[in-house]
Write a protein that binds this ligand. Structure first.
Ligand code: FAD
Length: 312
């Protein structure tokens, strides 16, 4: 387990700005994240201090260099899940390893969109879930389906085995995009991977209305018995981490106060994932505020042991 004081999920303008402040204040700072939204050849000409147009790629390269200069460790890994640690702090699981962190800053950009499945919203909380570690327990021994094509979906399906052996993945018409060793794990666990789209959700009615999901209709004409449908499209996002950690949300965005603190001590958020005006200048400012809050949290909760001074 790799330990760090401040772990930042996302290497975009918000995450890099947070890292510059946190690392410069002396915190052990780790960014986990790959190419941010703006890291392409987009022309940016509304960012303060760059009177000549700069590409997003160049801006991000400069930000990474600056964060690294102050000691930030930056790794291109995908975060699959964040949980509360048993001894306090947080455990962050990536596709490569696990970290233990005192403070976590969520800076993953905007949350991904929901899949286009008829009646999805009607079944939310009645069979449709976005978080295995929150809701997996409710489906003990029951048939469940995970919707998604990537590593995140595969990981959610494997996590569901703790509750039920009856797990399938439905990639919603896409080709699976996880590595061969994960495909082997799914195969060994008996998790079937279906590439059809989901065309219908059917539930049962009771006196109070819709009682819960029972069946899923697929585009190949077949029907699956499923009491739980876990949505896990693309990559895990801040909203997925928020579900697991108990962080309050505002629709698809993370709810923060003016200091970028969430309702969970030690968890902060910055940039597009908090909503509002989705611009680089805002993300950079919010990153600075989130870092300032994280620095205060780390100093009061888990300061690094000072090296013992020896005389002579
Ligand atoms: P992002 O830049 O989206 O960065 C999010 C980071 O999180 C990425 O590194 C991503 O890989 C990482 N991440 C996500 N999920 C995970 C995970 N599970 N594990 C690990 N890492 C993860 N704004 C302007 O101010 N001026 C402009 O001219 C401008 N032009 C734009 C042009 C385009 C085409 C687009 C799409 C956006 C533009 N924007 C512009 C908006 C700007 O890009 C965003 O406001 C800004 O990038 C937000 O920064 P962020 O750090 O919050 O998120």
């Amino acid at each position: 387990m790799h330990k760090t004081q401040c772990l930042i999920i996302g290497g975009g303008p918000a995450g890099l700005s947070a890292a510059i402040y946190a690392a410069r204040a002396g915190l052990e700072t780790q960014i986990v994240g790959c190419d941010p939204k703006v890291a392409g050849d987009y022309d940016i000409d509304n960012y303060f201090g760059f009177e000549a147009t700069i590409t997003g790629k160049e801006l991000i390269t400069r930000g990474r260099r600056q964060a690294a200069k102050f000691g930030t460790q930056i790794d291109c890994e995908k975060v699959l899940g964040v949980h509360h640690g048993e001894a306090g702090g947080f455990v962050v699981k990536t596709d490569v390893r696990e970290f233990e962190a005192c403070a976590v800053i969520l800076a993953t950009g905007v949350a991904r969109s929901k899949p286009n499945i008829p009646d999805l919203a009607a079944f939310e909380g009645k069979g449709v879930s976005y978080c295995v570690s929150c809701d997996g327990y409710f489906y003990k021994g029951k048939p469940v389906v995970v919707a998604g094509e990537g590593l995140f979906a595969a990981n959610q399906a494997l996590e569901l085995l703790a509750y039920t052996p009856n797990v399938r993945i439905c990639t919603l018409g896409k080709a699976p995009s996880y590595p061969p060793d994960i495909a082997r794990k799914l195969d060994e666990a008996g998790i079937a991977v279906l590439q059809s789209k989901i065309t219908s959700l059917t539930g049962e009615l009771d006196l109070s209305g819709l009682a819960g999901l029972k069946r899923i209709g697929l585009s190949d004409g077949t029907t699956l018995e499923a009491h739980g449908l876990f949505i896990a499209l693309g990559e895990a996002s801040s909203t997925d981490f928020a579900y697991t950690l108990g962080v309050e949300r505002n629709g698809n965005f993370i709810q923060v106060d003016r200091e970028m603190c969430t309702n969970i001590p030690g968890v902060f958020a910055a940039g597009d994932c908090t909503g509002g005006f989705l611009q680089i200048s805002v993300a950079v400012g919010e990153g600075a505020l989130a870092a300032r809050s994280a620095i205060a949290h780390v100093k009061s909760t888990c300061p690094k042991a000072r090296p013992v001074q020896t005389e002579g």
